[in-house]
Design a protein around this ligand. Structure first.
Ligand code: NAD
Ligand code: ZN
Length: 246
């Protein structure tokens, strides 16, 4: 994509934004890439030669909770040292411009809140939250490194990350909130997601069928690029600054 093509596309997106009454943003791991947090599908996402799909599962946790916690401890240590980037801040700015605004994220790093977004729907949970496998209590745990295995303060049970693992269902409340947002969006941004993890991968198509104009921001073509009205190729932070700040 040439610079003039990019500028022309950004002009169209800004015009759509001016006319939009409601905006939805869906983000994925690519948004936090510029903060230095590895995506799962890049080579740097590997830990001790394990792939995320081998560790982020209920079966892996049952088999060896210490191993799974070791991986989370590694990820928590990386994330604890990172700050939001321009992309996170621009999304927080965008929120201030619309009374009907929804942010749906697949990220678990908490950087949206840190950048000032008020109410992200955290589809896949939050890496700073833990849930007791015995009593179900959910709480924050910011310990880095974390004591392995971590124990519930109320009942002494084994804590697990409050994360939706591969093979697990999303929280119904988060899904309902997402569907309501998707059904009522004039404009939807899909940012930094490869569009292969369901159900989020289907969200763009759902919004489009209800009339939303779809804008993708990603340096690469993705599995869902073809349902987009406009695909802006580039890094989330850079492109969002051109849209929101200029
Ligand atoms: P993914 O790893 O499958 O895809 C990342 C996408 O981001 C790719 O399409 C890539 O081209 C794009 N990308 C890379 N750099 C970018 C940039 N600077 N700007 C914009 N886009 C960029 O990520 P996914 O689709 O979110 O799915 C992965 C799953 O892994 C999710 O379920 C998520 O919960 C989890 N995850 C979360 C984090 C996090 O919280 N930061 C990190 C890794 C994985
Ligand atoms: Zn408990």
């Amino acid at each position: 994509m040439s610079l003039s093509q990019l500028q022309e596309k950004i002009g169209i997106v800004k015009e759509k934004l001016r006319k939009a009454g409601s905006v939805t943003v869906l983000t994925g791991a690519g948004l936090s890439a510029d903060s230095g947090i590895p995506t799962f599908r890049g080579a740097e996402g590997l830990w001790k030669n394990f792939r995320a799909e081998e560790l982020a599962t209920p079966e892996a946790f049952l088999k060896d909770s210490g191993l799974v916690w070791g991986w989370y401890d590694w990820r928590r240590t990386i994330i604890a040292a990172k700050e939001p980037n321009a992309g996170h801040y621009m999304i927080a700015e965008l929120e201030k411009l619309f009374s009907r605004f929804h942010l749906i994220t697949q990220n678990v790093d908490g950087l949206h809140e840190k950048a000032g977004s008020t109410n992200p729907i955290e589809l896949h949970g939050n890496i700073w939250k833990v849930r007791c496998t015995r009593c179900g209590q959910i709480s924050f745990n910011f310990d880095v490194p974390v004591k392995i295995p971590p124990e519930c303060r109320s009942c002494g049970g084994l804590l697990r990350p409050h994360i939706v693992w591969f093979g697990e269902s999303l929280e119904p409340e988060n899904l309902e909130k997402s569907y309501a947002a998707l059904a009522n969006s004039d404009l939807m941004f899909v940012i930094g997601t490869s569009g292969v993890v369901q159900p989020a991968a289907s969200f763009a198509g759902m919004a489009r069928s209800r009339g939303a104009f779809l804008v993708e921001i990603n340096p690469e073509e993705t599995a869902i690029s073809e349902v987009m009205d406009i695909a802006l190729q580039g890094k989330a932070g850079e492109i969002l600054q051109l849209i929101v700040n200029s």
